[in-house]
Design a protein around this ligand. Structure first.
Ligand code: TYD
Ligand code: MG
Length: 456
């Protein structure tokens, strides 16, 4: 009988089995067996000396003598994307672009390929999800350059690899990695084994042929890229497109980047003519901020290495619900729980028996502890019904809260203050401004407010 070309390997303990089991016979974990292509057996060299190495010995070289040619990056012509990539795509690299459906992944890659093609690079768009006609309809909205992108609609991995080999593009986009299918594996497209096999094959093509390949991947319900996080270690760069489909603002972040910093983030706005870069997001958010209303504070946040001013809004409303609701939009729920606990414990502001809603304006998401103080002040302002700020300009703040109620240093205070000053915000509460703890910060904020207090 012919030997099967695949087998099942436990992702936990590495146990191999010819058949699939719900529970690994090795470590007894459930649902860990993943289908993999069998490696081709290496014929044993002669008999006898079993310990003798089969490979040729290599000579190690000091790192300083390793040749590292400076390769020119492929600029996508989308400033925010290039910045997040660390200056553009690196030839021969594999980039994973993840995000929930409808966020704009296909849109941004089509625009990028259009720009690359217009600048004389050879581009290739492999569409597995949509027909060529559907991609054309999108490209029509994106302009003339996007319409020049060569496309193939294909889901068979072998055909895609053969096309890349034949066409030898500089840049190739595979939209999406979850629909490609390797015939050697029996698992359906999108299964862990398939996704791993597809990415592995494409990585080899990318490295051998010097093609920059962008894999588009969907995010699962759990928020992991491409199903389980099977691809993140394999690729050179993981970009994540975040935001809510219903809102216009989207952020692009690098979660991993072998060729640049992971501190960069780009802000985009979805318009009728595609994704538009928002270079001065702070200006937008400050202009749109509510003035003179309780529950609003401007957060001086850092989006990677770039400062961003964004409005934090809070609403505190009494409720019969037990336990009361705690809703966070744009910040981590657990972080909100911590801030609320510190607020009630160390300032005496009571939010028991009240629903608390906190939201960042514009659908922005901030995941840094430096947001704590602004969140605490917004909730305190909403709970006491006191508008913060001096009526003309809103109050701004940043700083981390410790569990004991002290204010902690947040990274890059100078850049945050400079950004606030740029937009005329002179009232900024932060750990450097002789504010030891939340209680003092709150007293100072309430002190400066114009006293539009309505009894809560
Ligand atoms: P799409 O790029 O297809 O998202 P993804 O590939 O991540 O699933 O597009 C997302 C949404 O953006 C889609 O609902 C339509 C909208 N859109 C615009 O508003 N303007 C445009 O110019 C384009 C191309 C799309
Ligand atoms: Mg798409």
């Amino acid at each position: 009988m012919a030997r099967a070309t695949t087998h099942y390997v436990c992702s936990g303990c590495g146990h191999e089995s010819a058949k699939w089991h719900g529970r690994c016979p090795g470590c007894e974990e459930w649902s860990t067996l993943v289908e993999e292509a069998r490696p081709t057996p290496v014929p044993a060299a002669g008999g006898g000396a079993r310990i003798a190495a089969r490979g040729k010995a290599l000579t190690p070289v000091p790192l300083a003598q390793v040749e590292a040619p400076r390769v020119a990056r492929l600029r996508t012509g989308i400033g925010e994307l290039d910045r997040v990539l660390g200056g553009g795509l690196v030839p021969g690299s594999l980039v994973l672009l993840g995000g929930s459906p409808g966020i704009g992944k296909s849109t941004i890659v089509t625009s990028a390929l259009g720009n690359l093609a217009a600048s004389g690079r050879k581009a290739l768009y492999v569409s597995g999800e949509e027909s060529a006609a559907q991609v054309r309809l999108r490209a029509e909205r994106l302009g003339e350059a996007a319409l020049q992108v060569p496309i193939v609609a294909e889901t068979d991995l072998e055909a895609v690899v053969a096309t890349i080999e034949a066409e030898r593009p500089d840049v190739c986009v595979v939209d999406s990695v979850q629909v490609l299918h390797a015939a050697a594996l029996t698992g359906g497209p999108g299964s862990v084994g398939q996704v791993r096999e597809v990415a592995g094959r494409l990585m080899r093509v990318a490295k051998e042929r010097g093609v920059a390949i962008v894999l588009v991947g969907h995010v699962t319900k759990e928020g992991a890229l491409a199903g389980p996080r099977v691809l993140e270690h394999l690729v050179d760069c993981v970009l994540s497109f975040e935001g809510e489909r219903e809102r216009t603002y989207r952020t692009l972040r690098a979660l991993k980047n072998r060729f640049g910093s992971t501190n960069e983030a780009g802000v985009f706005e979805m318009r009728d003519e595609g994704l538009v870069e928002v270079e001065d997001a702070s200006a937008r958010f400050v202009a749109e901020a509510t003035r003179g209303a309780a529950g609003s504070v401007i957060l001086c946040a850092m989006e990677g290495s770039r400062p961003l001013l964004v409005e934090v809004q809070a609403l505190v409303a009494s409720t019969e619900l037990v336990p009361p609701r705690r809703m966070a939009n744009g910040i981590d729920r657990n972080r909100l729980a911590l801030v609320l606990a510190v607020l009630t414990r160390h300032t005496g502001i009571s939010i028991a028996g009240a629903d608390v809603f906190v939201s960042l304006a514009g659908g922005v998401r901030i995941d840094e502890p430096g947001a704590d103080l602004a969140v605490a002040l917004a909730v305190a302002s909403a709970a006491t019904g006191t508008a913060l700020g001096n009526g003309r300009q809103p109050l701004a703040a940043f700083g981390e809260l410790s569990l004991t109620g002290e204010l902690r240093h947040a990274a890059h205070p100078d850049r945050r203050l400079a950004e606030a000053a740029k937009f005329g915000l002179t009232q900024v509460l932060h750990p450097g401004a002789v504010l030891p703890d939340l209680r003092t910060a709150l007293a100072s904020a309430l002190d400066r407010s114009v006293g539009q207090s309505r009894a809560a």
